[in-house]
Design a protein around this ligand. Structure first.
Ligand code: KG4
Ligand code: ZN
Length: 330
């Protein structure tokens, strides 16, 4: 059974055809990133205008590449929330049109749940129940998944999302946007034990807080450069020697990873489960993947990641989850 997935929750315009919930037949992503880069983050107005311009072409290309006709599609699945309002409306409206034209059901899916589902694409079987950590540019949450119709939120960020912290620290260091991959690259050559950063403690142990560590980096950089905080906030580059920038990137990244790991292990312990799934843009980080795998193996927990290409926003995860929910009676 073929499901067409459509995803427009942030800056991407993505569509995919997935067979039986797992086999990705075609997968197209058009990003408007280059139009946002000079602003240091996503500008919603630019994002949805680009999506409006490209969506028909993207979906057409995906269906053609899959070697199928519109009438072969059994369900249209689309991201309905959370995300940028204008962007979601573009995807939803287009998906509605396609479902009416092809006379097939339309199914709205949750963006965070589809990030969790991304581990099932083209991969081995994972048994329920499991704990899921979603770390993206807009969210950082821990869930307990009995199945995709029975999802319990265990904890979430009280302020910045994890990817957002990477993006803001990259901005402080004058690296560019999106910050995650840039920090990861620099961190490879830095000393992660050089600077003692810490994530703020939270009242509920499974919640997250990343705003404090971002500010700690800002003050650390200010101390090194003697620049006023406001100037750095206004995207003045920090202009630190390369070695210092690498050490800051490595120390920051390691602290974030340790915090995510500690809370994920705690969630597994609380829920008495031996399976952990990690999804969302930050799960593409190699150091995170390596450390999670090392430590969970020591703890006797099986840890699963999506393929790299399915960590960041894509429509294959939307189509996959759509199939699963449809088969389950949604
Ligand atoms: O899941 P995603 O594509 O979009 C949202 O749903 O938000 O995640 C994007 C976020 C950005 O903040 C980006 O900096 C971060 O994921 N990211 C990374 C890496 N690749 C992307 N963070 C750390 N390391 C990476 N390799
Ligand atoms: Zn996402």
């Amino acid at each position: 059974m073929y499901v067409l997935g459509i995803e427009t929750s942030c800056d991407e315009t993505a569509s995919a055809v997935v067979k039986d919930g797992r086999e990705v037949i075609s997968d197209t992503i058009s990003s408007s990133l280059e139009f946002h880069q000079k602003y240091g983050g996503i500008v919603p107005e630019i994002a949805f205008r680009r999506q409006l311009e490209t969506i028909a072409q993207v979906v057409d290309c995906t269906v053609k590449e899959a070697g199928i006709k519109l009438r072969d599609i059994a369900v249209v699945a689309v991201t309905e929330q959370p995300g940028l309002l204008g962007s979601l409306v573009v995807g939803l409206s287009f998906a509605k049109g396609i479902s009416m034209a092809a006379q097939v059901p339309l199914l709205g899916v949750n963006h965070l749940q589809s990030h969790i589902y991304s581990v099932f694409l083209n991969q081995q079987k994972i048994n329920f129940p499991f704990v899921a950590l979603v770390v993206s540019g807009g969210h950082s949450s821990l869930f307990y998944i009995e199945d995709f119709r029975e999802i319990r939120l265990l904890g979430e960020t009280l302020d910045d999302a994890c990817g957002e912290a990477f993006d803001k620290v990259a901005q402080i260091l004058g690296l560019g946007y999106p910050g995650g991959p840039l920090i990861e690259r620099l961190a490879q050559e830095g000393d992660a034990g050089k600077i003692k950063f810490a994530c703020s403690r939270t009242k509920k142990p499974l919640d997250f807080s990343f705003s404090g560590i971002k500010t700690a980096v800002l003050y650390y950089v200010r101390q090194l450069t003697g620049s006023p905080v406001n100037r750095l906030k206004n995207r003045q580059t920090a202009k630190l020697p390369n070695r210092q920038t690498r050490d800051i990137a490595a120390s920051f990244q390691e602290t974030i990873i340790d915090t995510l790991l500690e809370k994920s292990l705690l969630a597994c312990k609380v829920k008495k489960t031996k399976a952990l799934v990690v999804g969302g843009g930050v799960s593409a980080n190699n150091r995170l993947r390596q450390k999670f795998l090392e430590v969970t193996t020591e703890e006797g927990i099986s840890c699963f990641f999506p393929e790299k290409k399915f960590c960041t926003d894509n429509a294959a995860m939307v189509a996959g989850l759509g199939y699963w929910l449809f088969k389950g009676g949604r």
